[in-house]
Design a protein around this ligand. Structure first.
Ligand code: ADP
Ligand code: GLC
Length: 498
């Protein structure tokens, strides 16, 4: 395939800023595309917490004018860095009033009231920056609602701008629940013309829906697993956009995320007490011991230890866990949980930790080192999500020989195969109903397998650790989508056909 110029925008990128899996993807996919020979560049906000010195960010000369419609022009500074261990440029948009804050999207659980302006600003800055850099992208790649207006801007404000005459757009949806819905007055900031405020484009129940605009205007869009791509066309998973998804299904792709095995491998992980790998599993027992000590649980090699790391949001099935947890703790097991999110959940699980100090450990907060230690030290990993576009932790778990217990939805269903006891097959344990009973039953099955079928467990661990989800393969999926988007926009594109 022809080498492409790709401009990717995301609201969070590892290692600079992260709240969830989007950052993992935005930090890894560009490197994989670079390895395939593409000229890919990334744009993100320069949040207050991003240390310019630590990442050796260099200022670009001159300020960047960003036209904000009714609010007039606003001026950003731009800093340049690279993704670690690569030469992929990352451009940081600095604007104190929007990004000089503690949180990415919210503080103390309350979303910033100007998130519409903040991310419209980011998206418009992406377009302006491309021009300032004289970088004429073949592909504009938006991610989630924050940058979903890039395809819209390309089709409206920049439609006849020669700078973008060769450019097609794609949108990756990492989570359809969050759509960027705002008061319609924001149309005057978007400044693309009120004729786009219709039910076929940006309007949704008299409000502006930025993600919808992205789906409509992108030349192609994708979700991060095939299964989720099918699910979002249904009422149960569409969050009201299922009709729009179905109307644009012909340009919808499902591309599974990969894993950055430089970061998530027990053989080289700098955060764990002892390295291990299939064939030399001794270190895992030490990691388990360290984890039990870390959470003040009785140090026992013989008890099955379940880990959970994630945003404490309904999406993650924490409601099911909350309902099931007392029953689960009647078994001879231990559970450790790391997460932040909804305040009821933070309070509830802290209370459970207080009530069952020898069985349940809980850390409310965001700790990357601890996330690694839980992956390494647990025997099983809980992901009872109600929906899951891809999910990364269950894939990390496979590599650490920590058997995932998942609900069969989205990427969880695509990445984990259920244990088939007599055939030695499977990489984890699956359940189907989103009920506490189904979760309980499956954990019980895992516990019984752990105590009574050690050979089966060993086989499952070997199967799990042999799995690979490479970013190279995902990047090839993105190449196919980019080629499609260029054909969509320009008809048969001679450059792409090669
Ligand atoms: P989502 O993007 O929906 O949050 P994913 O499974 O795709 O779910 O990715 C979550 C990522 O965020 C993983 O890398 C996980 O380790 C990390 N993560 C989530 N919560 C925490 C936390 N409290 N501390 C450390 N890492 C976390
Ligand atoms: C989202 C999804 C998660 C996915 C991640 C990265 O936040 O909730 O399932 O793995 O994005 O694509």
């Amino acid at each position: 395939m022809k080498k492409l110029k790709i401009l990717m925008a995301a609201s969070e990128v590892v290692p600079f800023a992260k709240s969830g899996g989007l950052a993992d993807v935005a930090g890894a996919l560009p490197k994989a595309l670079r390895n395939l020979g593409h000229d890919v560049r990334v744009v993100m906000p320069r949040y207050y917490g991003i240390d310019k010195q630590k990442y050796q960010l260099k200022p670009l000369l001159g300020s960047l004018g960003v036209p904000m419609g009714i609010m007039g022009e606003e001026w950003a500074e731009v800093y340049e860095g690279v993704l670690p261990q690569s030469d992929v440029p990352v451009y940081f948009i600095e604007y104190e009033r929007y990004f000089g804050r503690e949180g990415l999207y919210d503080e103390n659980g309350v979303a910033y009231s100007d998130n519409d302006n903040r991310f419209i600003f980011l998206s418009k800055a992406v377009m302006q920056l491309a021009k300032k850099l004289h970088f004429q992208p073949d592909i504009l790649h938006a991610n989630d609602w924050h940058t979903a207006i890039l395809p819209l801007l390309l089709n409206t404000t920049y439609r006849s701008d020669p700078h973008f005459a060769q450019t097609a757009s794609v949108l990756s949806i990492h989570n359809l629940q969050h759509q960027g819905e705002f008061y319609k007055g924001v149309m005057d900031v978007l400044d693309v013309g009120w004729e786009h405020f219709t039910v076929d484009e940006l309007e949704c129940y008299d409000r502006v829906n930025l993600l919808k605009g992205g789906i409509v205007h992108a030349n192609a869009f994708n979700t991060v697993s095939k299964r989720y791509a099918q699910e979002i066309g249904t009422e149960a998973f569409g969050w009201g956009l299922e009709g729009v998804v179905l109307a644009h299904q012909a340009k919808l792709f499902g591309i599974l995320n990969g894993v950055d095995y430089e970061e998530w491998s027990p053989a080289i992980d700098p955060f764990i007490i002892q390295h291990y790998d299939s064939g030399a599993m001794g270190g895992k027992a030490l990691c388990k011991r360290a984890l039990q000590e870390r959470f003040g649980l009785p140090v026992r090699a013989d008890v099955p230890l379940f880990g959970l790391v994630g945003r404490l949001a309904e999406q993650k099935g924490i409601g099911l866990l909350a309902e099931a947890v007392r029953g689960l703790l009647e078994m001879d097991i231990q559970i450790v949980l790391l997460g932040t999110g909804e305040s009821w959940a933070e309070a509830f699980f802290s209370e459970i930790a207080g009530a069952y100090p020898s069985k349940f450990g809980c850390y409310i907060g965001y700790r990357n080192d601890l996330a690694h230690q839980i992956e390494a030290g647990s025997d099983f990993f809980l992901m009872p999500s109600l929906f899951e576009p891809c999910g990364l932790n269950q894939i990390y778990s496979l590599r650490y020989g920590t058997l995932p217990i998942v609900r069969a939805t989205g990427g969880l269903d695509d990445t984990i195969t259920n244990y088939q006891p007599h055939q030695g097959k499977g990489t984890g344990f699956k359940f189907y109903d989103s009920t506490a009973d189904a979760l309980y039953g499956t954990v019980k099955w895992a516990v019984e397998t752990y105590y009574h079928d050690p050979k089966g467990v060993k086989q499952l661990i070997a199967n799990a650790m042999a799995e690979r989800f490479s970013w190279e393969e995902s990047a090839r999926g993105y190449e196919a989508m980019y080629a499609f988007s260029l054909r969509e926009r320009f008809g048969s594109h001679p450059e792409v056909a090669r």
